[in-house]
Design a protein around this ligand. Structure first.
Ligand SMILES: C[S@@+](CC[C@H](N)C(=O)[O-])C[C@H]1O[C@@H](n2cnc3c(N)ncnc32)[C@H](O)[C@@H]1O
Ligand SMILES: [Zn+2]
Length: 273
C-alpha cells in the first residue's frame, strides 16, 4: 500500500515519524500511528465527518455485538482475505476493520475517514497486540490517499463511495463491497421518534451502470434485536435520526429499558473491471 501525497500526487515514503514525497511535502505520523492527509484547503468545515460523541457512541454500541450477524456475513463474503490488501472507506472508529483483521490476520488493512476523531480511535484498535490497521489516514473518500491499483478489495459500511476514485485504487478484478440499510433497518427506533416509519429504499450508494464496475449481486440480511439499557441512546446518537429527535423524545428514549427493532442490511458486491 503506497500513500499518495495530497499536494502533488507523488508517492509518499516513510522516514522515521513522517511521510515525505519527492517534492518534499511532509506529513507527520501521529503518535497513535495515523497520518493526516486532509489538506486544510480541502476541508469544508473545521472538523468534517461524524463528531467525537457520535464516534464514541458508535464504538460503545457496536462493541456490544448487536451487529455481529453483519460482521459474519461480511467476513464470509470476503471469503479468503488473508494475504490481500483491503481498504476500509469511511472506517469511522474501526469496528469493521478490526473484525475483518481478527478473521483474516494476514490481511493488509488500510482505513480512511474524513473525521480525525474516528481515525484516532481506529488507530487504537489492536489485533494480536499489533495495530489492526496497517495504514490509517484522515482523508476523503473523494480523494483517496493511495497510488493507483493498490487494493484487492474495498469495503464501505454506511459511508460515502466515489466510484471513479474507488476504481482508481482497486486492482483490476478487485472487489468493492458496499453495506447500507435495507428496508426495515432500525424500524423500531424510527417509530419511537416519528409518527410514521418510511422504509429505506434498497440500493444504498448503488453503482448501477458505472463503466468501471460490474455488479456481482446483493444480499439482504435481517434480524430482530432487543437493544438494552444505555445501548438504546448510543444507537440513537450514532445515527442521523439523532439530529431530528426532540429533547423530549431523547429523554424518553434514554429512560427505556429495552427497544425491539429489526436490523436489516443490504450488502452489495461489485467487481472492478
Ligand atoms: C455512518 S458512519 C460509518 C462508519 C463505519 N464504517 C461504521 O459503519 O461503523 C459514516 C462515516 O463516514 C465518514 N465520512 C463522511 N464523509 C466522508 C468523506 N467524504 N470521506 C471519508 N469519510 C467520510 C464519517 O466521518 C463517518 O465516520
Ligand atoms: Zn508532494
Amino acid at each position: 500500500m503506497i500513500l499518495k501525497c495530497p499536494s502533488c500526487q507523488q508517492a509518499l515514503i516513510s522516514t522515521q515519524n513522517t511521510y515525505r514525497c519527492s517534492n518534499n511535502h511532509c506529513f507527520d505520523i501521529a503518535k497513535e500511528g495515523y497520518t493526516n492527509l486532509l489538506l486544510a484547503q480541502h476541508k469544508r468545515s473545521k472538523n468534517p465527518g461524524d463528531d467525537n460523541t457520535m464516534m464514541a457512541c458508535r464504538q460503545a454500541f457496536l462493541n456490544q455485538g448487536y451487529y455481529q450477524f453483519l460482521v459474519d456475513a461480511l467476513v464470509a463474503i470476503l471469503d479468503n482475505a488473508n494475504d490481500q490488501t483491503l481498504l476500509d472507506i469511511g472506517c469511522g472508529e474501526g469496528f469493521y476493520g478490526h473484525q475483518i483483521k481478527q478473521h483474516y490476520p494476514r490481511a493488509q488493512l488500510a482505513g480512511i475517514d474524513i473525521a480525525k476523531g474516528g481515525v484516532r480511535l481506529a488507530a487504537k484498535r489492536k489485533s494480536n497486540n499489533a495495530p489492526a490497521y496497517t495504514q490509517l489516514a484522515v482523508a476523503s473518500a473523494y480523494d483517496l490517499p493511495f497510488m493507483t491499483q493498490n487494493f484487492d478489495c474495498a469495503v464501505s459500511v454506511f459511508s460515502p463511495v466515489d466510484p471513479p476514485e474507488t476504481a482508481r485504487v482497486l486492482k483490476p478484478g478487485g472487489q468493492l463491497i458496499i453495506v447500507g440499510p435495507a428496508k426495515n433497518h432500525l424500524k423500531g427506533l424510527a417509530e419511537s421518534i416519528y409518527d410514521e416509519f418510511k422504509p429505506h429504499a434498497n440500493g444504498f450508494r448503488t453503482l448501477e451502470g458505472h463503466p468501471s464496475f460490474e455488479r456481482l449481486g446483493s444480499t439482504i440480511i435481517e434480524q430482530n434485536a432487543t437493544i438494552e439499557g444505555a445501548s438504546i441512546y448510543q444507537l440513537l446518537t450514532m445515527t442521523p435520526y439523532f439530529w431530528s429527535t426532540s429533547e423530549e423524545k431523547q429523554a424518553a428514549i434514554k429512560k427505556r429499558a429495552t427497544l425491539s427493532t429489526p436490523l436489516a442490511f443490504e450488502i452489495s458486491r461489485y467487481k472492478r473491471l
